[in-house]
Design a protein around this ligand. Sequence first.
Ligand SMILES: [Zn+2]
Length: 140
Amino acid sequence: MSQTPLKPLPLPDDITSGYWEAARAGQLAVQYCPGCARHVHLPVDTCPCCDTTDLQWRTVSGRGTLYSYTVVHDAPAPGFADSLPYIVGVVELAEQAGLLVTTNVVDADPGDLRIGLDLEVTFDELAPGTVVPQFRPRKA
Ligand SMILES: [Zn+2]
């Protein structure tokens, strides 16, 4: 008997749990440093600018633009075989220049992508209770 292999699932820890909890609630959240008045992503335990550990999780708009992308044609693990080809993108969030999130871009034809394309967050439940933010072209 065969079974479709799963994609690797995220393993939230003390630093990243705010990101995954927000996703489970259908929201995109990134860390914010009140001292620097700047968002920070990837999640960290100390602000890379001022070394404070007083970082907050803030829900963001879920809007951004395509900063970079690649189209994956070879599955890196068996769980990805059914998704080929798929798009891995870097999205610059609307809240701050240089605030980048690496993600999948879904509901898009690779031939229609261009740098600067308007995107919006969407969520995929990979397994019960495990929800992953992804982005798709924003509808006008
Ligand atoms: Zn700071």
